[in-house]
Design a protein around this ligand. Sequence first.
Ligand code: ADP
Ligand code: MG
Ligand code: MG
Length: 204
Amino acid sequence: MKLQVNDIRNWMNLSNQLIQENKSYLTELDQAIGDSDHGINMARGFQEVITKIQDQSYSTPSDMLKDVAMTLMSKVGGAAGPLYGTAFLKLSMAWKNKSEIQVNDIKDGLQAGLDGIKQRGKATSGEKTMIDVWDPVVQLFSENDITDPSLIEETAKQAMNNTKDLKATKGRASYFKEKSIDNIDPGSASSYYIFSALSTSLQG
Ligand code: ADP
Ligand code: MG
Ligand code: MG
């Protein structure tokens, strides 16, 4: 189980596919506890990512992910753009100069990404944000010797669903106070798609 430049391209393509397919759903989630733009933001940003990376040749996954990060940062907008931008930039930095990413590198990279999101958003676990998906996935890598990538997808999905029970204390959803409960956090859903895509690209 390892990732090379083409696997990262595949990961981004699959992420984009899932986000485009679920654009309306993401927007619906953001309609309940936000401003109805998460699907639009993510679909625009990921489409730009694909346009940016599709025909370029990169010598390392890190180089590609730097472009991914910069594109997300400038094209997604909202709260999610800088947060995903930071996460992918941290991934890129963690994997600098490596041509092949091993399971241990994935663990370290995702940990760095999670730390970046927490820092940038001044948020922590349990606040009903994308962190509540990133955290359990990072924990999965820390606590297990991952041989079956489908565990990543399962963990992320469960974590996304668990955000339903949480009360939002960060971002726009926090304005809804108690009323934010019983809704899935939009950023948790987009993070689920990204991890689901990672899971699939690791199976290839
Ligand atoms: P906006 O709220 O600016 O319209 P989006 O709708 O694109 O931005 O993204 C909202 C998502 O961003 C939320 O569902 C949540 O997961 C995530 N989010 C918002 N604020 C924070 C934060 N401070 N830390 C981590 N994630 C956050
Ligand atoms: Mg929004
Ligand atoms: Mg917005």
